[in-house]
Ligand binder design. Structure first.
Ligand SMILES: Nc1ncnc2c1ncn2[C@@H]1O[C@H](COP(=O)(O)OP(=O)(O)OP(=O)(O)O)[C@@H](O)[C@H]1O
Length: 215
């Protein structure tokens, strides 16, 4: 359970995308929608511990999210998935996953990497491919597998289908839904795509600094 209590974020020039927002995210998938600039990415960064709120608190299971600093890669309980995948282009799929695991101070194994790939529907034969030789949808699956390999209970995905066609959007949405339903993960997805948002278990909408639960 992720709790935001009275959270505000103010940037310079009095830009205040989040103004005294409180919300609880439960296991399963939640879509965060709202117009461009409404604070969706800001909200995800707060949950991931990549940015501190100006006011208020963010907690995961009652423990504060790690304070963001130049020395921190964010809260280890949270993995971030980006629209542009952010895979290291000169490392194989397996090496990309190992790097993420080892950056968190753990040891990676072939079994663990193949299991993470299988959970997103990729065969182990893809482990030795370079990202550039894969389709956009496959690269996004690798990025999700990387997030799974580090075994974080929380996934935040910032426009994960923004660069994908309709078929791949549907497939990646299937993967995220499956992770929320069968793996008991808390998955928060910022999206402009209402076809993605509609399929999530819960939806919230941001606008004018406020957060409104959506149907
Ligand atoms: N580091 C920053 N410094 C100053 N202003 C910022 C910073 N980061 C975000 N903002 C501003 O805060 C507001 C919210 O930005 P954010 O990226 O969270 O919105 P968003 O809903 O994710 O937008 P989009 O859908 O276009 O990605 C915007 O007006 C943005 O310009």
């Amino acid at each position: 359970m992720i709790s935001l209590s009275c959270v505000s974020v103010e940037y310079g020039d009095k830009i205040m995308p989040l103004d005294d927002v409180s919300h609880t995210f439960h296991t399963g998938t939640t879509a965060v929608t709202g117009p461009s600039g409404s604070g969706k990415s800001t909200l995800l960064r707060l949950v991931a511990g990549l940015q501190n709120p100006t006011a208020g608190t963010v907690e995961i299971d009652g423990e504060p999210v790690g304070r963001a600093s130049w020395f921190s890669a964010g809260d280890p309980r949270v993995s971030v998935i980006y629209q542009d995948y952010r895979l290291v282009p000169f490392l194989t799929v397996a090496q990309n996953l190992s790097l993420a695991v080892e950056a968190r101070g753990a040891k990676s194994s072939t079994d663990q990497i193949e299991a993470a790939l299988a959970r997103v529907g990729l065969p182990s034969s893809m482990a030795d491919r370079l990202p550039g030789s894969m389709s956009s949808g496959e690269q996004q699956r690798v990025a999700i597998a990387r997030a799974l390999a580090v075994e974080s209970p929380v996934l935040v995905a910032d426009e994960p289908t923004g660069a994908l066609d309709a078929d791949n959007t549907a497939r990646i949405t299937d993967v995220l839904l499956e992770l929320g339903q069968s793996d008991d993960l808390t998955v928060i997805v910022a999206t402009h795509d209402l076809s993605v948002a509609e399929r999530m278990d819960q939806r919230i909408n941001l606008g004018a600094g406020l957060l409104v639960a959506a149907a």
